[in-house]
Design a binder for this molecule. Structure first.
Ligand SMILES: C[S@@+](CC[C@H](N)C(=O)[O-])C[C@H]1O[C@@H](n2cnc3c(N)ncnc32)[C@H](O)[C@@H]1O
Length: 285
């Protein structure tokens, strides 16, 4: 859930100056449930002395917020984690987040999760046909496999591969909570090692790792059956959103003796000024 700046501005109007109010970021992420939620906010340096006041105002507007975390770094490292600073509330930041009738248990301090990507997840799930065998590389706590299995109950099997052992642990737990153990097979490990050992050909392969998925295109293409679909994510400049992604897929496919047919090219979300996370949906022949 995104809380709009105006709600918070209203609550803070007697506590911060008009200039300080203008510095408030446009939106805040709130993840969790009615019982327990976490607000994740970006506080610009000039507002840092007021961070506790801001956190308390957030907790007053949303009574279910038990912790307020300030973004302290960009996402980094192989697990794509962000450093956070607890500015107010409980230091236990494990929550149960609900999205389109799916439940995701997670601790944002230990695993990657973005509630903003829910709409993109839904668009992918809507494309899945009955009987498909699917590979979700870089599966994290399992939001994509779980949403797909809920929206397409006749999917045959979904393999979910994740390197971060804590994210894998949450994926196992989330598969259990959502009662999908017959459909989803979570595996902990590096996709480069795990995928060839599966010795399967997939109808659909998801590559939700915009920073680096291109390094695993060879693994994905080798696992794609004839006419299988690869959903390839990439970071791109607004001035040229799709060329680099398209060239990467074409180059590796050609090397492997396969041909491609780009089905769609999508702007998923902005991640920095004039930079986007994009998705190419590619049929592999
Ligand atoms: C951008 S996150 C996406 C997670 C999940 N799909 C989601 O949407 O919430 C990428 C994930 O890939 C995992 N990862 C990075 N390199 C990997 C590799 N070589 N093999 C398997 N997982 C990897 C990271 O730990 C991280 O959880």
């Amino acid at each position: 859930m995104l809380l709009k700046r105006n709600d918070l501005r209203e609550a803070l109007k007697n506590k911060l100056s008009p200039n300080e109010l203008l510095l408030m970021p446009r939106s805040f992420d709130i993840i969790g449930s009615r019982q327990k939620a976490i607000a994740i906010i970006e506080i610009p340096d000039p507002l840092k002395p007021h961070e506790k006041i801001i956190a308390k105002a957030l907790m007053q507007i949303h009574k279910n917020i038990t912790s307020v975390l300030r973004k302290h770094s960009k996402r980094n490292g192989i697990y794509r984690l962000r450093q956070y600073e607890l500015i107010f509330g409980d230091d236990d930041t494990e929550i149960l987040h609900k999205e389109y009738n799916c439940y995701f248990k997670l601790d944002p301090q230990k695993v990657y999760f973005s509630s903003r990507e829910g709409t993109d997840r839904l668009k992918i799930a809507a494309q899945v046909m009955p009987g498909e065998v699917i590979l979700v590389m870089f599966s994290g706590i399992g939001p994509l496999p779980i949403l797909i299995a809920k929206k397409q109950p006749n999917v045959k099997r979904i393999y979910a591969i994740e390197l971060n052992p804590i994210a894998h642990h949450y994926c196992l737990e989330n598969v259990r909570i959502n009662k999908l153990a017959e459909k989803i097979v979570p595996i902990q490990g590096d996709v480069r090692e795990v995928c060839p050992k599966l010795d399967l050909k997939f109808d659909r392969i998801l590559m939700p790792l915009p920073k680096g998925a291109h390094e695993f295109l060879d693994v994905a293409i080798k696992c794609a059956r004839n006419e299988g679909i690869i959903h390839f994510y990439h970071w791109a400049l607004e001035s040229d959103l799709y060329s680099e992604a398209e060239e990467s897929v074409l180059k590796i496919a050609t090397k492997l003796g396969r041909t491609i047919d780009i089905q769609s090219m999508v702007r998923v979300l902005p991640f920095a000024p004039r930079k986007w996370k994009v998705r190419l949906d590619v049929k592999i022949h």
